[in-house]
Design a protein around this ligand. Structure first.
Ligand SMILES: *[C@@H]1O[C@H](CO)[C@@H](O)[C@H](O)[C@H]1NC(C)=O
Ligand SMILES: *[C@@H]1O[C@H](CO)[C@@H](O)[C@H](O)[C@H]1NC(C)=O
Ligand SMILES: *[C@@H]1O[C@H](CO)[C@@H](O)[C@H](O)[C@H]1NC(C)=O
Ligand SMILES: *[C@@H]1O[C@H](CO)[C@@H](O)[C@H](O)[C@H]1NC(C)=O
Ligand SMILES: *[C@@H]1O[C@H](CO)[C@@H](O)[C@H](O)[C@H]1NC(C)=O
Ligand SMILES: *[C@@H]1O[C@H](CO)[C@@H](O)[C@H](O)[C@H]1NC(C)=O
Length: 493
């Protein structure tokens, strides 16, 4: 017995080594979003991906500047169709045109290595009130058919990145083995997963341990990470879950089994941890989360219901985006594993070996001059009476999320808050002279007002790609953000 036991161990060790090699070949992906006032130049981003050995990227659109930068890079791409186009794509001809313009166009030697088309982005999120329930499946079917008709169907698969709230475990069970699709969309989800199964496409799901914690003060902190927990969940089948990522993933596996497609591949479309904008959105916790996640992924341990396998994962996200809606929370603009300017935030070893190493920063990034805009210490009492309105104005058009409760710049006095807000606005406006006025309240300075905890940033030069964006879109985003920031500021204690 002892002898055969040793032999078994040797086999297992060999299998594990082979799996590690496989995982390096298959590799990690990242999400590349561009909802920023000053997005990095696409070419700098692609080079940064390559410098870091990242060979898969998930996009939120099919922006031509982004796609041109990816051409010839070999990086595997998931291009995306925003939710607001789904309705249009219930018409097959529109789907055919979309594929022609956004897929076939890049399909040449030295073009873009497209692997997936994401049809919508979390279209069944409860907070979207069912707006996309009727259009997502027809759009998915049309896009996959159009991919086949254009000759890409065998290599490019259409999938729908879904939020994890499309499935759950009944209240009285709360264990992964009881996982089922949400009752209100169960029939639709069953049709969708059977279609994905037929077309050979994966199920794409976004899993956020951070949000489990954010939504619930009683959530055990350790259970969000991968280092073990004093409060594991013990399933009815005896399996012990020590982290919510595995539990969530296996809840989906159970839902797929119940829908008759237990073998459907699962891609984790988004997973990550933010670094500002909430008491748990911190650099040290993000570092801990990724260290555990990356170690787990590199080991190809899989999950209890899908053990010993590679899990395809796209980290969320590559860089901070200062123009994202803060409807989900102030942390929404701080998901980057790199800052807005492509500088790393903390130690991170993408190979999962836990080495104390940093990501390679974006190269050749040009910054605006080292000039800040702050509250004028000699502002008149009359001007000071208008400080609230001016701060609100600045925070409507620039990102003030770091000022909120639990954030890096929280706890400054009213003057510090005002300086932070004025500077954020001045940088977003590319430091044009008039943007540091604020009715006589503001003044430019070359002395860095940053503190150890709180960074008064200098923006980067606006990139050509940003210039090409329709101005109307930028204004709409800024307005939405503004309303949310105001709400946050108004309700702050
Ligand atoms: C191609 O994709 C872009 C970006 O998602 C979109 O604006 C455009 O309408 C698409 N083309 C067609 C023909 O649908
Ligand atoms: C969904 O409904 C709620 C409550 O009626 C509303 O506040 C919210 O704006 C709606 N969201 C969308 C995306 O329509
Ligand atoms: C979806 O279709 C159902 C049934 O036809 C209809 O009752 C519902 O209003 C539609 N929802 C939307 C958002 O269009
Ligand atoms: C669909 O699912 C069934 C059952 O899980 C499986 O046998 C079959 O291979 C799947 N089809 C594809 C194309 O993956
Ligand atoms: C500074 O701004 C934050 C965020 O709006 C707020 O919570 C805090 O009370 C402000 N501090 C002062 C002294 O006004
Ligand atoms: C603040 O930002 C600058 C560049 O924008 C960076 O060089 C510096 O390291 C940052 N400081 C902190 C404390 O994050």
């Amino acid at each position: 017995m002892a002898g055969s036991g040793d032999w078994m161990l040797a086999v297992v060790a060999f299998a594990a080594a082979a799996a590690v090699l496989l995982s390096e070949a298959e590799g990690l992906g990242v999400n590349w979003g561009t909802m920023a006032s000053h997005p990095l130049p696409p070419r700098a981003v692609v080079r940064m991906l390559q410098d870091n050995g990242i060979n898969k990227v998930k996009l939120f659109d099919a922006d031509a500047g982004t796609m041109e930068a990816l051409a010839g890079s070999g990086v595997e791409v998931m291009v995306a169709i925003p939710n607001n186009l789904l309705d249009l794509l219930t018409d097959y001809d529109a789907a055919r045109d979309w594929v022609h313009e956004n897929v076939s166009r890049y399909s040449f030697d030295g073009g873009v290595n497209i692997k997936y088309v994401a049809v919508g982005n979390e279209p069944f999120l409860s907070s979207l009130n069912g707006t996309f329930l009727n259009v997502t499946f027809p759009a998915l079917q049309n896009i996959q058919r159009a991919l086949y008709d254009a000759g890409h169907g065998d290599t490019i698969k259409a999938t729908v990145p879904l939020n994890a709230d499309v499935y759950n475990s009944p209240e009285n069970m709360q264990v992964p083995s009881a996982g089922r699709f949400r009752p209100d969309i169960a029939d639709l989800m069953t049709e969708i997963v059977q279609f994905l199964n037929q077309s050979g496409a994966p199920f794409t799901v976004n899993i956020y341990p951070f949000l489990s914690l954010y939504g619930n003060d009683n959530f055990p902190l350790d259970y969000a990470f991968f280092d073990g927990t004093t409060s594991p969940v013990v399933d009815t089948n005896g399996i012990q879950y020590t982290n919510v990522f595995d539990a969530n993933f296996d809840t989906l596996v159970s839902a797929l089994v119940a829908a008759g497609v237990g073998g459907l591949p699962i891609v984790v479309g988004e997973v990550g941890w933010p670094t500002d904008g909430d008491k748990n959105a911190r650099v040290d916790l993000a570092q801990r989360f990724y260290a555990g996640l990356l170690r787990k992924l590199a080991s190809n341990a899989g999950t209890p219901l899908r053990p010993n396998q590679y899990v395809e994962v796209y980290l969320f996200s590559l860089v901070d985006e200062d123009a994202k809606s803060v409807a989900p929370g102030n942390f929404e603009r701080h998901w980057g594993i790199l800052r807005y300017d492509g500088q790393p935030k903390y130690a991170m070893d993408l190979t999962g070996q836990g080495r104390n190493t940093a990501l390679v920063a974006a190269r050749g990034v040009a910054y605006l001059p080292r000039v800040w805009c702050v509250l004028n210490p000699r502002a008149t009492p009359d001007a000071m009476s208008r400080i609230g309105d001016n701060v609100n104005y600045a925070c409507t058009y620039a990102d003030c999320t770091s000022l909120g409760y639990g954030s890096t710049c929280n706890g400054m006095d009213a003057a510090g808050n005002a300086s932070y807000a004025f500077n954020a606005y001045f940088q977003v406006q590319n430091q044009v002279e008039e943007s540091c006025g604020f009715q006589g309240l503001a003044v430019q300075t070359q002395q860095d007002p940053s503190t150890n905890a709180c960074n008064f940033t200098i923006q980067i030069e606006p990139s050509a790609a940003a210039g090409r964006r329709p101005a109307v879109v930028a204004v709409t985003v800024a307005t939405a953000v503004l309303v949310s920031v105001l709400a946050v500021m108004v309700t702050a204690p």
